[in-house]
Design a protein around this ligand. Sequence first.
Ligand SMILES: Nc1ncnc2c1ncn2[C@@H]1O[C@H](COP(=O)(O)OP(=O)(O)OP(=O)(O)O)[C@@H](O)[C@H]1O
Ligand SMILES: [Mg+2]
Length: 371
Amino acid sequence: MNFQSFLPIVKEFIRALGNRRTYSIRNNCYFIFGVLWGIPVPIVTSGMCLYHRNLVFSLSNIAGEFLVHPIQFFFLLHPLLFGIVFGAMGTVRDEKEKQRLDFQNSLVILNKELKEKNNALQELDKLKDDFLTMVSHELWSPLTTVKGYVSLLKEKKVGELTQKQKDILTITEEQIEHLDRLIADLIDISEIEAGKLKIVPECLDVNKVVEKTIGSLSQRALEKNITLENRLSPQLPYIWADSRRITQVFTNILGNAIKFTPDNRKVSIDARVMADSIEFSIEDSGIGIPQAQLANIFEKFYQVDSAAKRRYGGCGLGLGIAKSIIELHQGRIWIESKVNEGSKFFFEIRKCRKKNIEGKQDCLLSSLTQA
Ligand SMILES: Nc1ncnc2c1ncn2[C@@H]1O[C@H](COP(=O)(O)OP(=O)(O)OP(=O)(O)O)[C@@H](O)[C@H]1O
Ligand SMILES: [Mg+2]
């Protein structure tokens, strides 16, 4: 023990000496304990002196001893001194115990408050999920009706259309499609939150999935003069995945790559065959994502560009949905990115295996030859 840690103890001890509690027989049993501990001291010392002087242990001899050796008065004070020292230590101990109990009680109160706040948050979260489910489903039916009426108009079932009316209908259709995608995302996210999103995996030719995705996004790429480079080998083994959901993952990631890449650049898709899985990568040369935000981009409603700016549109749902879908396939998804240089998204999906394809004639041959 060094002097620095000893000093506070001495200070506390001196402070306790000034506390009335230290000397209280009623409130401080340490004081009584000290007195009892000190009583043998004058008895033993005076007894030893009498023994050395060959005198018997009697009151008169003891009184004489006190006159001959006045130091005996000091020993006589020992029960009191011990009482004070023990009493002061008792005061310090009781104060510390009180502080500990106060701290413990405050922790209990804080813990209770935290639990209440947590429950309230969970209730709010559930309310928000229920609201999300309700709103998305409620939006779905009127949109389906609007869609129906627009196709009636386009198919000229209610009469001929002027060019201007056709143009207006085309814009309306685009907006409906946009709304349709948004509602579908909201329904997906509410199902993910409720743990209700299910996948139906099968042996899939991923080349077909990627071609389909590129086809559906080619118009968007064309508008920005972005080249979509498909580097997948035609001999790629089949994957064990839900066709609709894995198409959604490719669409979300590739869609982002096009959205966040400036005009006249390139986006490429590649794959690496591993022992049990295939690692896909989608690389762009776009705006990139700051390192500090990489961990958040898979959270729902998270967007790097602040909601206030809204330069690129969207709701921040695509990557959250993609991550959940990949995880439902027992795969993983991650990203590497540098601001102003570009981003590279990776995800891993299991290969189709013999045990996956029992009874599935259609994918049996191709996967056995390719795996
Ligand atoms: N390739 C990319 N380059 C740069 N930033 C990206 C890229 N992909 C995603 N991000 C960032 O991650 C955020 C979340 O992406 P996510 O796909 O979840 O949402 P979104 O595209 O904004 O909206 P939504 O997908 O719902 O239409 C984006 O808003 C963007 O800030
Ligand atoms: Mg997106």
